[in-house]
Design a protein around this ligand. Structure first.
Ligand code: MG
Length: 252
């Protein structure tokens, strides 16, 4: 069941989203070779609690950390660890969530440790995944169908020669981190529920250099590409408005 949000509720989600965006800025600035993913988790947790918010992920179904940190062939849900040392050229996907006055916001970015990609394919993967998210967001407006969002993402990512993960995708978001509807990163366009003002969604393409198949590691959280290829992930939380959409996970 889709739960539509009032303007007052969306204002709370915007506040949560600004905290998430601030957390991303702080953590990305701390992505330096030699640091560990546990160091990044501490930066995120400190910032979120300084702002009076609560991490969305810590304790969610037993997840042990504030952020998800997924390196190279890890797609999503990697657990920060003091044993995971960042190396120059690593592709690092970071996922963040914060709760403000009972409402969640959720966003993710992929960056290169040390700033430079290890090669042109990795650079293209990250750029195209971000462009796929942008295309999905552009399809969000009243009267559009949910399938239009996935179709826009699919056209960009598969058009550039990458595959999209199918077992995981976007979701409604509000008082719960994951609400209806599930948002696949593929079409067809013109199908699925109609988008209406008050719907708030987290859209999150996960694109792989190789095939779309995934594998779950023994920690029961980390999702990796079955073929070991690189994967990138971008996400924003977006509200459907009367005349289009509003990205809620942007800095102030
Ligand atoms: Mg999400």
């Amino acid at each position: 069941m889709i739960i539509y949000k009032s303007p007052e509720e969306i204002a709370k989600m915007r506040a949560a989203g600004r905290i998430v965006a601030g957390t991303i800025e702080r953590v990305v600035a701390a992505v330096v070779p030699g640091r560990t993913t546990a160091d990044l988790d501490r930066v995120a947790e400190a910032y979120i609690s300084e702002r009076g918010a609560v991490p969305s992920f810590k304790g969610y179904r037993g997840f042990p950390a504030t952020i998800c940190s997924s390196l190279n062939s890890e797609i999503v849900h990697g657990i920060p660890s003091k044993k995971r040392i960042l190396r120059s050229g690593d592709l690092l996907s970071l996922d963040f969530g914060a709760i403000w006055e009972g409402f969640h916001a959720d966003a993710a970015v992929s960056v290169f440790v040390g700033g430079a990609p290890p090669g042109p394919e990795a650079e293209k993967l990250v750029r195209v995944t971000r462009e796929a998210l942008d295309a999905g967001i552009s399809a969000i407006r009243p009267g559009a169908r949910l399938g239009d969002v996935g179709a826009a993402i699919q056209q960009v990512a598969e058009g550039a020669g990458f595959s999209l993960v199918r077992e995981y995708g976007g979701h409604g978001i509000g008082r719960a981190l994951h609400e209806d509807p599930f948002i696949p990163n593929h079409g067809p366009a013109g199908r699925g529920p109609e988008l209406r003002p008050g719907l708030v969604v987290a859209v999150e393409p996960m694109a792989n250099v190789g095939g779309p198949e995934t594998r779950l590691l023994a920690d029961d959280w980390t999702v990796v590409t079955a073929d070991g290829s690189l994967s990138a992930h971008f996400e924003h939380t977006i509200a459907v408005t009367e005349d289009g959409n509003e990205i809620l996970t942007l800095p102030e």
